[in-house]
Ligand binder design. Structure first.
Ligand SMILES: Cc1ncc(COP(=O)(O)O)c(C=O)c1O
Length: 376
C-alpha cells in the first residue's frame, strides 16, 4: 500500500495519529475539485454549493450510520469541539465531567469555557494501566452528582491511546439526564461507527486522520433534539444552506472557503471500501502493531499501559518511557534514524505513541525498535 500514498519513502512514518496521510487517488480528486472551483468560482460556490455539500454529507452519513442532516462539516475536530461547547447551556453551579486524558487543545478549550461560563470542570482520572471498560465507566459513575450537566470524553484518547467505552458512557449520560459530548477525532476510519444507534447528543470527528481525506475536514453530529441549539463560533450568513436545523443553516456556509477537501470525503470513503478497510487493512495493521509490542516493551523496560486486550485502538498504542531525560528523543528519532514518532509528556509520565497505517511495514517497526535501542 505504500505506493498508494504520497509519503516520503525514506521515512518510517509512524505518526498517522497526529497528521494522517492522504492516498494518492484521493489527493488527485481533491486537486481536481480545486481546479474546477478556480475555473468558474461563482458557478461552483453559488450555483452548485448546496448540491455538492448535500452529496458530501450523504456519503459521510452513510459511512457513519446517521442522517445526512445530522451532520455539519467543520474544518477540524478542535473547531467542532468549540462549536459544541458554545452550544451547551451551562453556567455557575453546573459541572462538566471530562477526563484527564483529553487532547491538550480540547482540555484548554474546556478550561477557557468553564472560566467564561462559571461552570466547574472536573477531570475524571483514568487509571493506567487501562484494565477494563467497566473501570472507566465506574470512574465516571463515582463522580456523578446533581450538578453534573455534561459528560465530555474522547472516544479514543490520543495519549496514552485508550479506547473509552463510548456506548456505556453515552447510556450512563442518558440515564443521568446529562448531555454527552464525544470527541471522536481518532475514531472514523479506525473503528466502525454507527452514530444513529450510539445516540450521543454530540459527536465530533475528524476525516483528515483515519478517514484519509486531505487536511481541513472534520464534522459535528448533533442528535435531532440538539440540532436546533447549535451555535457556531463564527456567525455568517445563516440560512443560506439547506437543512432543517441551526446545525446546517448556520454552519454549512461559514464564509468563502475552499470546499475541495470536504468534497474529497466521498473519494476517501470509496478508497476505504475498495480496499475492504475494516475487514482487511485495519486487522493487518493491528497485527503489525501487536507483533512489535513485545520488542517495544522490552526496549523501554516498562510495563504495558494496557491491562487487557482491546483497551488500545487497533492502529495506535502508547508506550511508557523509562525514567530519564527524553526531551531530544523525538528529534533524534527523526534526524538520526528517519523515524517519525511522537513523544509526549503529561501528568502520567513520558510516552511515545506508535500509529500503524496501511502504508507501514514490518521494516518500519523494526527501524523504530533498533532506533530506540540505540537512543534509550
Ligand atoms: C482526541 C483529539 N481530539 C481533538 C484533536 C484535534 O484535532 P484537529 O487538530 O484536527 O482539530 C486531536 C488531534 O490529534 C485529538 O487527538
Amino acid at each position: 500500500m505504500k505506493n498508494e500514498f504520497l509519503l516520503d519513502p525514506g521515512i518510517a512514518y509512524l505518526n498517522h495519529g497526529s497528521f494522517g496521510a492522504c492516498p494518492r487517488v484521493v489527493f488527485e480528486a481533491y486537486q481536481r475539485y480545486q481546479r474546477e472551483l478556480e475555473r468558474e468560482p461563482v458557478d461552483y460556490l453559488q450555483r452548485h454549493f448546496r448540491a455538492k455539500m448535500v452529496g458530501a454529507r450523504g456519503s459521510l452519513a452513510g459511512f457513519l450510520g446517521c442522517g445526512a442532516d445530522d451532520l455539519a462539516f467543520v474544518r477540524n475536530a478542535t473547531y467542532g469541539m468549540n462549536l459544541v461547547a458554545r452550544s451547551l447551556q451551562v453556567g455557575a453551579g453546573d459541572t462538566i465531567l471530562t477526563t484527564d486524558h483529553e487532547y491538550g487543545a480540547v482540555d484548554r478549550m474546556w478550561r477557557a469555557f468553564a472560566r467564561e461560563t462559571g461552570a466547574e470542570l472536573v477531570r475524571v482520572p483514568l487509571v493506567l494501566p487501562a484494565t477494563s471498560p467497566d473501570a472507566i465507566l465506574e470512574a465516571f459513575r463515582s463522580r456523578i452528582d446533581p450538578s453534573v450537566r455534561v459528560f465530555a470524553f474522547p472516544h479514543i484518547a490520543a495519549v496514552p491511546s485508550v479506547v473509552l467505552p463510548v456506548e456505556g458512557l453515552v447510556q450512563l449520560a442518558k440515564e443521568t439526564g446529562v448531555t454527552s459530548v464525544v470527541d471522536g477525532a481518532h475514531a472514523p476510519g479506525q473503528v466502525p461507527l454507527d452514530l444513529g444507534s450510539l445516540g450521543a447528543d454530540f459527536y465530533v470527528g475528524n476525516c483528515h486522520k483515519w478517514l484519509l481525506t486531505p487536511k481541513g475536514v472534520g464534522f459535528v453530529y448533533a442528535a435531532a433534539h440538539q440540532a436546533e441549539r447549535v451555535r457556531p463560533p463564527v456567525v455568517s450568513w445563516g440560512n443560506i444552506s439547506e437543512g432543517t436545523s441551526a446545525l446546517l443553516l448556520e454552519n454549512e456556509w461559514q464564509g468563502t472557503t475552499d470546499i475541495s477537501a470536504v468534497l474529497a470525503v466521498s473519494d476517501a470513503i470509496e478508497f476505504l471500501e475498495e480496499h475492504r478497510w475494516f475487514e482487511k487493512v485495519v486487522p493487518q495493521c493491528a497485527c503489525l502493531l501487536e507483533g512489535a509490542s513485545a520488542a517495544l516493551l522490552e526496549v523501554t523496560g516498562e510495563p504495558s499501559l494496557y491491562g487487557s486486550p482491546g483497551m488500545h485502538p487497533p492502529q495506535m498504542a502508547s508506550f511508557r518511557l523509562p525514567p530519564g531525560a527524553h526531551s531530544s528523543l523525538h528529534a533524534d528519532l527523526y534526524h538520526q534514524h528517519k523515524v517519525e514518532l511522537p513523544v509526549f509528556s503529561d501528568s502520567h509520565g513520558e510516552f511515545f505513541r506508535v500509529s500503524v497505517q496501511a502504508y507501514n511495514s514490518e521494516e518500519d517497526l523494526g527501524r523504530l525498535v533498533d532506533a530506540l535501542r540505540a537512543l534509550l
